[in-house]
Ligand binder design. Structure first.
Ligand SMILES: NC(=O)c1ccc[n+]([C@@H]2O[C@H](COP(=O)([O-])OP(=O)(O)OC[C@H]3O[C@@H](n4cnc5c(N)ncnc54)[C@H](OP(=O)(O)O)[C@@H]3O)[C@@H](O)[C@H]2O)c1
Length: 330
């Protein structure tokens, strides 16, 4: 990261005050899915959406008891919202496919999807799918769900005559990721295989940052394939926030006492992107505004990586999750 970028980051953290959705925004009749919503940013975002009159809220969580606790708390402030807890584990292809299948069959409409589940690890760990943990949870899980949920969102847009929304939680650390890992992956098997390889793992936050870079590249590639009059896809940075996310990172936890946004403030960035900014298709947002992406992401090299990543991801999912209905994207 350059010194100037770091100063800008600090400046925003110390001075920016994210705003909640204006009271005038009403979501009556609408249905939203929020993943990773038992705690942290996802929980606060789900709670804020519900408080604007949302009719149905699906909490996508991997632990029923934690989901039920979140549901009870949200129901206390938004008793009129039909809140359902659906199990979803990014570590299981079957779980993600079953989750999306429920959205297809059980929801009359789906207006908003907030794909937010994520993790940070400082040491190498592997998902039961065989992929590195960040690659699986932050990237592959998000990418698969982003395709599987297109159909109900698009069907709803045709019903309502206005675009549905898909928002993917970003991080500005995407721009701090060392791009050599994606530009020149070693091992000869591509970007994902290299990031899965323990030899590519440097203890610390490299892989977390790289997974967020993959999220951004994927979102841009997906947006290119979707019509914004059906679905507006965007990717907001919530800023550096207090949440249990940093529990594995003592340094970040200590640092966050001084400069982090509260979890609620962080969540305001997500709800803002999911409901406002009709002109944000394919865009990265930060401080509740559409922002330029890094030089790398917008460069020819970045576009080449984006294209390769898309093709690799589709090939991987076709092979490892053949039950997923993603024909439209192949
Ligand atoms: N906090 C920050 O400073 C910050 C900054 C920028 C971006 N973000 C992004 O914001 C998002 C939410 O983070 P947070 O700060 O709210 O962290 P958090 O409090 O740790 O919440 C993460 C959520 O993701 C869920 N999750 C983790 N692994 C999962 C899996 N395999 N399948 C399904 N759900 C899973 C967690 O479920 P469990 O409770 O069951 O583990 C939890 O609900 C992440 O995408 C993160 O990258 C955070």
């Amino acid at each position: 990261m350059h010194f100037w970028e770091y100063l800008t980051f600090l400046w925003h953290q110390l001075t920016f005050k994210a705003q909640p959705l204006p009271d005038s925004i009403r979501l009556d009749g609408q249905t939203a899915i929020v993943t990773g919503s038992n705690v942290g940013l996802g929980y606060e975002a789900a709670k804020e959406l519900a408080s604007h009159g949302l009719s149905c809220l699906i909490l996508g969580v991997r632990d029923q008891a934690k989901g039920n606790a979140a549901k009870e708390e949200i129901a206390e402030v938004s008793p009129g919202c039909n809140i359902q807890v659906w199990l979803l584990d990014h570590n299981s292809w079957a779980s993600m496919v079953a989750f999306a299948e429920r959205a297809h069959t059980e929801l009359d409409r789906l207006d908003i999807v907030l794909l937010n589940a994520g993790l940070k690890r400082l040491e190498y760990s592997q998902s039961p799918t065989g992929h590195e943990a960040h690659v699986q949870t932050n990237y592959l899980g998000m990418a698969l769900l982003s395709m599987l949920l297109v159909e109900p969102l698009r069907r709803t847009a045709q019903l309502t005559g206005k675009p549905s929304r898909m928002t993917i939680t970003a991080s500005s650390v995407a721009f701090w990721a060392p791009t050599r890992y994606v530009e020149k992956p070693q091992g000869g098997k591509g970007i994902i295989a290299w990031l899965d390889n323990p030899a590519s793992f440097v203890p610390g936050t490299n892989h977390y940052m790289l997974s967020k870079l993959l999220d951004l590249l994927w979102t841009r590639a997906l947006a290119n394939r979707l019509n914004p009059s059906d679905i507006i896809v965007n990717i907001p940075n919530p800023g550096y926030c207090q949440s249990s996310f940093h529990r594995v990172d003592e340094g970040a936890q200590n640092f966050s006492k001084y400069i982090a946004f509260s979890t609620i403030q962080g969540a305001y960035h997500l709800t803002d992107a999911a409901v406002q900014h009709p002109d944000s298709h394919g865009a990265y947002l930060s401080e509740q505004r559409i922002r330029l992406v890094s030089k790398f992401v917008s460069s020819t090299e970045g576009n080449t990586v984006q294209h390769k990543l898309w093709n690799e991801t589709i090939a991987l999912l076709v092979k490892e999750c053949p039950q997923a209905k993603i024909e439209e994207f192949i």
